[in-house]
Design a protein around this ligand. Structure first.
Ligand SMILES: Nc1ncnc2c1ncn2[C@@H]1O[C@H](COP(=O)(O)OP(=O)(O)OP(=O)(O)O)[C@@H](O)[C@H]1O
Length: 668
């Protein structure tokens, strides 16, 4: 078994050693050594490789402002082109350049170099570029530039650029970057996202305006249809009459999340003449292009330019994730999965690896682990943050902020955080459960290794899931095995004691068990007989019952109390009421029985006896189809049946039955 292979920490030391080597190489580049960029601009132009040592020397001069800024020149960060934003023609406005300067962005990333001129010259674009390659700036710069270049004078509540994003977190993240541009010009940014207070939001929009509007689809449609949105007494939809640019970020996710209807509605809200003028554009951005996007392109775009930015691997093959991102897998039995996870987290903490993201399959799983992990003795000193789609917006935003502000937090999340979220210093992405949709592998791991930084990902696979590797590798990603550690402590008993102390935890664990179907790793006390399980259907139940390594514990689940005294009191009251009700019903049944007349009771007894006799007949007469038997066999059966009847009536002693049966068989 994989769990026995390899001593703990050896592979990790190797990985960390490689990382140090990479960093040392990067430092040597800073000292002026040549390295060619790996990021190729797929369909259009090949990147200019730095050739002249002189130019290199200038760019890497540690005393130059570029070298000292976070936006290191392209020799140091191979994801940036050689072209600064100042090279865009016609030139970008001063405010845009100032905003980029304040962000310390001097050189364009390849996707920016290709997309900005296209959008500025009235082209629709469909953009596919790897995770963390700089797509946001590629559409935000045109979003502001187009407004500055337009001959229309915009009122503050006229929406000139509209950016639709699939999740609230992503929309808010784009808004915060957009706000940097707004602070350098007179075009305000605003967001309409689900979960926020709509009335307050509309008031702020009316007061401060939102020429660049970032929104999630549902909330956008809800708000834009409001009559008093702009305070001008007309329909909010009028705010779209000067729309210059529509961007669908993570476009394939928008479709995947079932937003088709909303997107069609958004297209229909946009002024009709827009599709015939030369001054409007649509941009679709994603790290993965799926076939479902084709329909969207057909409905909403006119002859779009397709831009594909690809990463070249060592052998020149196109990669879907950055080269700096290394992928690993661990073959681990479900029962050991949590033990190995905790061991990995502790080892990474000791090595000061930094921030980590762990992906789980369901909201229940995130909720359960975010509660139970901090309580484990082995996890003391680890800082866990939970994020999933069922949390209210306040908690979701708080979780994102907590991760941003911490140096070594561990985010436990569902795929709500798989797309677009940009935390610049995630060192490891751990996939506790493989994603249901294989496309999400790319997006999940893409939270690390962004814009030239090193990152690592590991996916936990049960032996039965090992074929997943082939599927990932068919997408040009190489997965290396890291062995399980023999040093991992078993936390099952500790979890069981915690669960035993708090009914709330037990119930959350049960729901998690049902939601992801491999409960042994969760420390459940016994296979719960519960409604959810019954509803889960036969296949799911079978899957759970067949789990290898599951050791149920004999325990009365009703005896586990809530820690919260109020809830426990309510539960006890409910239990008491249920018991009283049961007693009442039993009493009622007894009374009804006693009240029956003797004749009725006799009838009932007779019916019962008849039923019993019928049952016995069924048991004693073999139920076979005559046509399947020969005449001799039927004769034999008749004889045997007659002997059995004789024995039953007491006319044939039991010890003679065998003899008689043998004789009857031989006589045939
Ligand atoms: N020109 C630039 N110079 C330096 N850093 C940049 C530049 N453009 C973007 N970045 C940084 O690169 C990181 C990734 O950018 P961004 O979030 O836009 O990537 P993305 O392509 O949208 O990724 P994903 O597909 O995961 O959403 C961000 O931290 C951003 O600040």
């Amino acid at each position: 078994m994989a769990a026995q292979r390899g001593a703990g920490g050896t592979w990790l030391r190797e990985i960390l050693r490689r990382q140090r080597r990479h960093e040392a190489r990067r430092d040597s580049l800073a000292a002026g050594h040549v390295r060619s960029p790996r990021l190729a601009e797929g369909t259009r132009k090949t990147p200019k490789t730095p050739k002249t040592p002189k130019k290199l020397a200038n760019l890497t001069d540690p005393s130059s402002p570029a070298a000292s800024s976070a936006n290191a020149p392209s020799e140091l960060v191979p994801h940036l082109s050689q072209d600064p934003f100042t090279s865009v023609l016609p030139s970008l406005s001063n405010f845009t350049l100032h905003a980029l300067e304040s962000l310390k962005f001097k050189y364009m990333a390849p996707v920016q170099k290709m997309v900005i001129p296209l959008l500025l010259s009235s082209k629709d674009v469909v953009v596919e570029a790897p995770t963390g390659s700089g797509k946001t700036v590629a559409f935000l710069v045109p979003a502001f530039e187009l407004l500055a270049r337009s001959s229309d004078t915009l009122d503050k509540t006229d929406i000139g650029s509209l950016i639709i994003a699939p999740t609230r977190e992503l929309a808010l993240q784009i808004e915060s970057l957009s706000a940097v541009f707004s602070s350098h010009c007179s075009f305000p940014s605003h967001s309409f996202v689900g979960g926020s207070n709509e009335t307050n939001n509309m008031r702020r929009f009316k007061e401060l305006g939102g020429n660049v509007l970032i929104a999630t689809p549902g909330r956008f449609i809800e708000t834009i249809s409001k009559k008093n949105l702009t305070g001008k007494g007309t329909s909010g939809i009028d705010a779209l009459r000067s729309l210059q640019l529509l961007v669908l970020d993570e476009a394939d996710r928008l479709l995947h999340m079932g937003f088709e209807q909303q997107l069609t509605r958004i297209f229909s809200l946009i002024p009709k003449q827009r599709s015939f003028t030369a001054s409007d554009r649509t941009g679709l951005f994603s790290a993965t292009m799926t076939s479902s996007l084709t329909e969207l392109v057909r409905v909403g775009m006119r002859n779009p330019c397709r831009v594909a930015v690809t990463v070249k691997g060592k052998e020149g093959q196109a990669l879907t994730t950055p080269v700096e991102l290394s992928h690993y897998y661990m073959e681990v039995a479900p029962r050991q999965r949590l033990n190995q996870l905790i061991h990995l987290l502790i080892t990474l903490k000791e090595k000061k690896a930094g921030k980590i993201i762990i992906f789980f399959l369901t909201c229940w799983a995130v909720d359960y682990f975010a509660r139970i992990l901090p309580k484990l003795k082995t996890c003391q000193g680890l800082h866990f943050v939970g994020l999933h789609g069922k949390l209210d917006q306040k908690k979701r935003s708080k979780a994102v902020e907590e991760l941003r502000n911490s140096k070594e937090a561990i985010l436990l999340c569902t795929d709500v955080a798989a797309r677009g979220l940009d935390f610049d210093d995630i060192s490891w992405v751990i996939q506790f459960d493989p994603p249901q949709d294989p496309d999400f592998f790319v997006h999940r791991v893409g939270r690390a290794g962004r814009m030239g930084r090193r990152g690592k990902s590991v996916i936990f696979l049960a032996p039965s899931e090992i074929d997943y590797i082939q599927m990932v590798e068919s997408r040009n990603m190489k997965l290396e095995e890291i062995p399980c550690s023999a040093d991992a402590r078993d936390v099952l008993q500790e979890i069981r004691s915690l669960v035993r102390e708090d009914r709330d935890l037990m119930r959350r664990g049960q729901r998690t068990f049902v939601s992801i179907g491999h409960g042994m790793s969760l420390g459940l006390l016994q296979l719960p007989y519960m409604r959810e399980l019954l509803q889960a259907g036969a296949t799911a139940k079978r899957r759970m019952l067949l789990l290898p390594g599951f050791e149920p514990e004999e325990i009365d689940l009703d005896s586990i109390a809530f820690k919260d005294a109020k809830r426990e009191k309510e539960r006890q009251e409910q239990l008491k009421n249920e018991e009283d009700e049961r007693d009442k019903q039993a009493k009622k049944r007894r009374a009804a029985r006693n009240a029956q007349s003797w004749s009725k009771k006799l009838d009932k007894m007779e019916r019962r006896q008849k039923k019993k006799a019928r049952k016995e007949r069924v048991l004693t007469v073999p139920q076979v189809r005559e046509e399947e038997l020969s005449d001799d066999e039927i004769e034999q059966m008749r004889k045997e049946y007659a002997l059995l009847k004789k024995m039953k009536k007491g006319k044939l002693p039991v010890n003679q039955l065998d003899q008689e049966l043998d004789e009857s068989a031989n006589s045939l």
